[in-house]
Design a protein around this ligand. Structure first.
Ligand SMILES: [Zn+2]
Length: 511
């Protein structure tokens, strides 16, 4: 991924960085008596992958305390909830996560959860993080009756008879989660960060953007790093709600070092693709006139973005639907007009559904899109809600690259798996798990896909000077793969595994 050399045979490393690249003969000539020589047996090496938008720390903390419901059977989910409830004092919350309503034959509902745990309030979070499923006790605890109106920027979904079916979205879900989840301890955050960083390293991911952090999460990464347990580098966005605290501490984007760094201020414009709450200009297919959910007005987004921007922050705004993207792009354009600033690298997190005009404006404003890397493959069974024509403009990697835009894809883990081979497969083939191709016009090559998840990921966090390639001067973050991902049939990419992962010159994972 270095600018000049397409690929090289050998690397020389020192002090945690790459110091030279070339042929084996050239590199061996640099070796001294104390030099370790490692023969990788001709295996393919790439820079460590960068998950440019994910939620590792929260996922790690959830793994410690909540029920993982990554299951395709309603009965299995009910049984897992029932078992957890049996060991939980009556009246206390039972919380699940990683559920995906389109991976089960039908969606989980309030009656399922009432049956599984009649004496406990239950909330099951969708793996996408914008919707959840609750039982009657949970609704009663937040005083929601059949007559309660939807809160601003949120929704309580109903069945055909008009009763709450237990599905809640956006601000409605957030209000219940705030009651259900006890604030994790400092120790929980440290353990969560360490746990997920180890998993990421085992998948070949050495860097990630923590896409919605807080001072507590920042500290969790720092504690894990101090304890020698952090197996990756984390660029940590800070939720807007914490901006005042961060400003009081006198820090902004870029503060930190190559292990833990303060990222952008995170804003939200709309809902989610996997949960069908993204704000679209045309209705979802098969859902009547429903067009998704806005999470903030333009006025609010402008005020929030302006405050962060003027305090020296990068801004990263979650926007999936074309309506939401148009809104936040307008805010970014206005800010750059009113307060010109050199190279602010304003980000649109996800930036899923675009138009040629939006792509042109994104390029003109030097905005960085952070599209979902693996959704066509992993969430393929949801794509019919968007339809063939719209998919030609979703996760629009070809359009971004052709326009010269440095798009940096991410998993949004837990929303989809943090698995680089799944990302490559999805972007190169645009095929879902059943083989159906969605938006073939947006295919990119395997080399482009690797570049987007390494070089572009580093650019999105202002770190292209230290990582993303294996050029001299860059951090020695690399992955040795067991098969050659550049020559394998793209449909077989998921069989390619990391053999070893190196972080800063040290092996942190060995199969
Ligand atoms: Zn996210």
């Amino acid at each position: 991924m270095a600018a000049r050399e397409r690929e090289v045979e050998a690397l020389a490393l020192a002090g945690g960085r790459v110091v030279a690249i070339g042929t084996s003969v050239e590199m061996l000539a640099l070796a001294g008596s104390g030099t370790r020589r490692v023969d990788l047996g001709g295996k393919r090496v790439t820079p460590g992958f960068n998950d440019a938008h994910s939620h590792p720390c929260d996922a790690g903390v959830a793994l410690l305390t909540q029920i993982p419901l990554e299951m395709d059977s309603i009965e299995a989910i009910k049984s897992a909830i029932h078992t957890r409830a049996a060991g939980t004092p009556p009246g206390e919350w039972v919380v699940g996560f990683l559920y995906d309503d389109t991976k089960t034959p039908r969606s989980l509902d309030r009656a399922d959860l009432d049956a599984a745990a009649p004496d406990h309030p239950v909330i099951v979070q969708h793996r996408g993080g914008h919707t959840a499923f609750v039982n009657s006790r949970a609704l009663a605890l937040v005083s929601i009756t059949e007559n309660s109106p939807n809160p601003p920027h949120g929704e309580y979904f109903r069945d055909s008879s008009g009763r709450h079916n237990g599905r809640v979205a956006e601000k409605a879900a957030e209000a219940i989660l705030a009651l259900a989840i006890k604030p994790p301890s400092r120790e929980d955050y440290r353990k969560g960060a360490a746990l997920i960083s180890r998993r990421f390293a085992s998948r070949g991911i050495t860097s990630a953007c923590e896409a919605d952090g807080s001072p507590a999460i920042l500290q969790g990464y720092q504690d894990a790093r101090d304890g020698g347990e952090l197996m990756g580098r984390f660029y940590t966005h800070i939720d807007f709600a914490q901006l005042d605290n961060m400003m009081a501490a006198g820090v902004h984007t870029g503060f930190g070092d190559e292990w833990v760094r303060v990222g952008a201020i995170k804003l939200f414009a709309d809902g989610s693709i996997s949960e069908r709450t993204a704000l679209l200009s045309e209705p979802y297919a098969g859902l009547g006139d429903y067009r998704g959910i806005s999470r903030a007005s333009r006025e609010t987004l402008y005020e929030q973005a302006r405050k962060a921007y003027l305090a020296g922050w990068q801004v990263g705004t979650h926007a999936n639907g074309d309506v939401a993207i148009d809104t936040i792009l307008g805010v970014y354009e206005q800010l750059q007009r009113e307060f010109p600033r050199r190279d602010p690298r304003l980000r649109i997190e996800h930036c899923t559904l675009v138009t040629p005009e939006l792509v042109r404006r994104i390029k003109a404003a030097s905005v960085i899109p952070l599209p979902f890397a693996g959704y066509v493959f992993f969430h393929g069974e949801k794509m019919h809600f968007y339809g063939e024509a719209r998919l030609e403009h979703m996760f629009a990697m070809r359009d971004f690259l052709d326009a010269g835009i440095k798009a940096a894809p991410g998993s949004d883990y837990t929303a989809s798996p943090a698995e680089p081979m799944l990302w490559l497969r999805s972007q190169v083939t645009r095929a879902d798990a059943s083989g159906h191709v969605w938006g073939a016009n947006q295919r990119i090559t395997i080399e482009e896909a690797i570049r987007c998840s390494t070089v572009h990921g580093a650019y999105a966090s202002f770190e292209e000077g230290i990582k993303g390639s294996l050029a001299p001067g860059q951090l020695a973050d690399l992955v040795v793969w067991d098969h050659d991902l550049l020559t394998i049939d793209p449909a077989a990419l998921m069989s390619v595994k990391p053999e070893r992962t190196m972080l800063g010159g040290r092996w942190v994972y060995e199969a």
